[in-house]
Design a protein around this ligand. Structure first.
Ligand code: SAM
Length: 494
């Protein structure tokens, strides 16, 4: 290519936000779709030379999982790339024919923003917008000024955004059927930029995030095009119930590189009370470090002289002995609702659960002598950032000779008795650390935390746990401080 043609092409590329997806990245994106209907109406907006549709088609042809037809609709504005796009679609048709899948395709050499906004706004009399089961997209990136035609078109359908790519995604979302899926590759800027707040709110209220993938180096995905953008790939499903957890993965972006995966609580990615709705993505090296740290631990719970058991009181079996408030002849009955800022706050006024249980011949076998115990919740709510939530039972705060732990919690004890305080506090910090939470999510698929899972975990040795316990000045430390303390001791331990 001559210098003049090259600079012409670069200029056009800039104007159109044209950066083509390399085949391995396109294939990875196509692999993220969940089960699809028998007839898939696919949308590829900003199709370029058709790399994404091609990857989607080729995955479905290989997968052979019941898809009988693909009806593809593509939008591409650039007249210079139309020939390449048509050729790719011919190849897709060929592939599908060989795999026994019916393939139809409609290419619109038009402006996706204008055309779809007009349809969605109802400007085009008697024409309804199309509906799609799946969308795969690498939309163009370009700022759109406040008085531009694009901004006006998007505003007419209630979309407030300042970049072409978020405009594309917001429109695509509106065109998906309920439970329709989108896989997109875009800049990462929408995750936390203040300008993207309305977009994030719209995105998170209409699309359920299922997967995020980030590249470790800034220009990894589009190496050849020297795009200095941090890119993200997401898979989301049209719906209003965010999952409890989602997979976040990362890779270097090199060909054939290793993908590191972590499972995170949705509440950790988008904090429930954050009005900004930032999407937090922990860095991949950190997760790798967490795994390495945990792999270095050798002590079993038994070797620490500690046992973990499920709370022994199953309340409905001892109904007659339950008391709303403590009274003579009762002992404290501890539920997860008594967990508060790292310790047990008992009794709980206006609690929905009874605060006490009679101490009699029927209940005594289910009670434990008072002491320092470490408790964990067996079930955590969607809003909780960690799956493991540990809390200290401190006998200095709750005066009693005997105690009852309810069945929705696990308690760590020394042969049926309380624990050494520093050891218990060390365990408290360890179990509440992000390192453990992360590790736990990786190998435990279900959301309950049973005593058996806690028994299987590897722990630091007794000295390390006690040293952590001594250094914990309060049980109500922010997560970052717990993590810092635990990481410091675990590194010294290695
Ligand atoms: C980032 S490129 C991605 C191309 C292709 N999907 C891929 O992944 O290789 C975005 C494409 O959108 C096209 N485009 C830009 N503005 C558009 C618009 N308003 N309507 C339709 N296509 C547009 C560009 O010409 C470019 O080919």
């Amino acid at each position: 290519m001559s210098n003049a043609t090259l600079s012409e092409a670069r200029k056009r590329q800039g104007e159109l936000g044209q950066f083509l997806t390399p085949a391995p990245v396109a294939d990875f994106m196509a692999s993220l779709f969940g089960p699809l209907p028998e007839v898939v109406r696919l949308l590829d907006a900003g199709a370029g030379a058709g790399a994404l549709t091609a990857a989607f088609v080729s995955r479905l042809c290989r997968r052979n999982d019941g898809v009988r037809a693909i009806e593809a609709t593509l939008f591409e504005l650039d007249p210079f790339i139309q020939d390449a796009l048509s050729k790719t679609m011919q190849d897709c048709g060929q592939r599908c024919a060989e795999a026994g899948i019916r393939f139809t395709c409609t290419i619109h050499a038009t402006d996706f923003i204008h055309e779809m906004s007009a349809l969605l706004a109802g400007d085009l009399f008697a024409t309804t917008p199309p509906a799609f089961d799946a969308a795969i997209t690498n939309p163009p990136y370009r700022k759109i000024s406040i008085d531009s035609a694009e901004r006006r078109a998007l505003r007419s359908v209630g979309i407030k955004t300042s970049n072409l790519y978020t405009g594309f995604i917001a429109l695509i979302q509106k065109l998906l059927v309920p439970a329709g899926q989108i896989v997109g590759i875009t800049p990462r800027s929408f995750c936390n930029g203040p300008y993207f707040r309305p977009f994030r709110k719209d995105f998170l209220s209409n699309l359920e995030l299922r997967r995020l993938h980030v590249f470790e180096s800034r220009n990894a995905a589009f190496r050849d095009d020297s795009v200095l953008q941090e890119n993200i790939i997401f898979h989301a499903v049209k719906g209003r119930n965010q999952p409890r957890e989602l997979v976040i993965s990362s890779s270097s972006g090199e060909h054939g590189d290793v993908i590191t995966e972590s499972v995170l609580a949705f509440a950790e990615v988008v904090h429930p009370h954050d009005a900004e709705k930032f999407i937090h993505i922990p860095s991949a090296p950190w997760h790798a470090a967490a795994k390495e740290t945990m792999d270095g631990l050798r002590s079993s719970l038994a070797s620490l002289g500690v046992t973990v058991s499920t709370g022994r009181v199953v309340d409905f079996r001892l109904k007659n002995s339950l008391r709303q408030e403590p009274q003579k002849g009762t002992v404290p009955l501890v539920y997860p609702c008594h967990f508060d800022a790292g310790t047990v706050h008992w009794p709980k006024p206006q609690s929905r659960k009874p605060n006490a249980i009679l101490d009699n011949d029927e209940t005594r076998p289910w009670l434990v002598p008072s002491g320092v115990y470490l408790l964990t919740k067996r079930f955590t709510s969607k809003e909780e950032r960690r799956r493991l939530v540990a809390c200290l039972f401190d006998p200095n705060n709750v005066q009693a000779e005997w105690l009852a732990f309810e069945n929705h919690l696990n308690y760590f004890h020394a042969n049926g008795h309380g624990l050494d305080r520093n050891l218990a506090v060390g365990l408290f910090a360890f179990l509440n650390s992000t390192v453990v939470d992360q590790y736990f999510r990786r190998f435990s698929g279900h959301t309950q935390v049973n005593a058996g899972d806690l028994r299987k975990l590897a722990y630091p040795d007794r000295d390390t746990l006690q040293a952590i316990g001594i250094e914990m000045k309060s049980l109500d430390l922010p997560q970052e401080e717990i993590d810092e303390l635990v990481t410091k001791h675990l590194h010294a331990y290695k």
